[in-house]
Ligand binder design. Structure first.
Ligand SMILES: [Zn+2]
Length: 121
């Protein structure tokens, strides 16, 4: 799958506290939307995690109430298999994920997200 990404200029999206989201354009092409200000404040490994998390929504097309955790799972699986996560950045990524706030009902707190994600194979 080809995925386009861009720094969004959509004022509605930029007014939220979301860093990224994924959807399809009018032609059905997948797009990952990024809030430039928010994502550039993250470490390199956290930026990659956010990007692959959004890609995972497009890969999995999971629309269930578990979609955020399954996107985390697919993102980490891809990043491990691609060698993007290694000894040099694994702790930094763990710290990032464990620090994520809970956003009920889709996102449990960061510690729970990490515990679920690290169990993914
Ligand atoms: Zn998500």
């Amino acid at each position: 799958m080809r995925v386009r990404d861009f720094y969004s200029d959509d004022p509605t999206f930029l007014s939220t506290d979301y860093t990224a989201f994924a959807n399809y354009d009018l032609r059905g092409e997948p797009i990952v939307h990024l809030n430039r200000q928010r994502i550039s404040a993250l470490s390199a490994i956290a930026q990659k995690f956010v990007f692959y998390h959004e890609c995972a929504h497009l890969w999995t097309r999971d629309d269930s109430s578990n979609r955020e955790l399954s996107a985390n799972c697919a993102a980490l699986r891809h990043m491990r298999r691609s060698g993007i996560i290694g000894h040099h950045n694994a702790v930094e990524l763990r710290t990032f994920i464990r620090g994520l706030p809970a956003r009920p009902p889709l996102y449990p707190d960061g510690k729970t997200q990490w515990e679920k994600a690290r169990a993914c194979r």
